[in-house]
Design a protein around this ligand. Structure first.
Ligand code: PAF
Length: 286
């Protein structure tokens, strides 16, 4: 029988539990989260349980990845419900450090990602973001030392940045991407969807629709630039302010090369009122 989900808040108590599992030769999977767990997070947990004997979920709203004008203070925090959901899902350990545990007084070291994965897209609009994500994910991977760590494809650029980070820092963790979970109408699940008013929620579906239409147009041979500008126009018509709507190499996230056969990923971010939504989609291969 499985034990109850334990909650630990310090690296010391985290390590004590992990050491016992490692001694037993059990594989450990980490699902890093900022809490406010929804069905998308629970899909990561289920994938983790299929791949490892032990599952650790971290819950930490990371101040380092929010700019001063962003929603750190108001980011949804639902800790008690989160732990209940994780317990039902059979998670072994919740690691929920305080900000002072992650960034104690005098903390002065940051991981600054570079290269194609980080260039453009989110980084253009949120230049602080990937430094904050890389620093906290680097710390979590070193604290937990999991065999694998699971991230949602919903944050596709983040997945690529973190994959690069684990490789570049020779971490013994395999980074695994898990497909985006969507509402019935196609909207990608996100903790920030709760910010949408009823009217905005109705219009939000234009984002996955525009991505799907552009992906199908490119797959059927339409020039990429035209498909992208039609996608941007469709979003503007639905009342979005578009941050980006772009096509990139699906593996490296480098800009597409003319005339080269490559797997293409469409990535978009757009604002509906004060809510910023991001999404992405693979272009089917012909
Ligand atoms: O995707 C998220 O929820 C966060 O960016 C992560 C990976 C947990 C780092 O804080």
């Amino acid at each position: 029988m499985r034990n109850e989900t334990r909650v630990v808040r310090t690296v010391r108590s985290l390590r004590r539990t992990l050491e016992a599992w490692t001694r037993e030769g059990e594989r450990i999977a980490l699902v890093p989260t900022m809490g406010a767990l929804h069905t998308g997070h629970m899909a990561l947990v289920r994938a983790a349980r299929r791949k490892a004997e032990r599952v650790v979920v971290s819950i930490f709203v990371n101040p380092a990845q929010f700019a001063p004008n962003e929603d750190f203070a108001t980011y949804p925090r639902t800790f008690r419900q989160d732990v209940r959901k994780l317990s039902v899902a059979g998670v072994d350990l919740v690691y929920a450090p305080a900000v002072e545990q992650m960034y104690p007084d005098g903390f002065a070291t940051r991981i600054v990602p570079d290269g194609a994965a980080v260039a453009g897209l989110e980084d253009t609009v949120r230049p602080h973001f990937f430094g904050g994500v890389a620093t906290v994910v680097g710390k979590l991977l070193l604290q937990v030392r999991p065999d694998l760590a699971l991230f949602g494809e919903k944050d596709y650029q983040q997945l690529k940045v973190v994959t690069r980070l684990a490789r570049d820092l020779d971490l013994d963790t395999r980074v695994v991407g898990v497909p985006t979970v969507r509402e019935k109408d196609g909207l990608a699940l996100s903790s920030r969807n709760v910010y949408l008013s009823e009217g905005e929620r109705g219009r939000a579906v234009a984002l996955p629709q525009a991505l799907r239409k552009a992906a199908e147009a490119i797959a059927s041979g339409q020039p990429v630039a035209r498909a992208l500008s039609q996608g941007r126009a469709a979003l503007a018509r639905a009342g979005f302010q578009v941050d980006y709507f772009e096509a990139r190499d699906a593996e490296t996230l480098a800009p597409l090369k003319r005339g080269q056969r490559q797997q293409v990923r469409l990535l978009a971010a757009a604002r509906l009122g004060s809510t910023r939504l991001i999404d992405n989609l693979a272009v089917p291969q012909g």
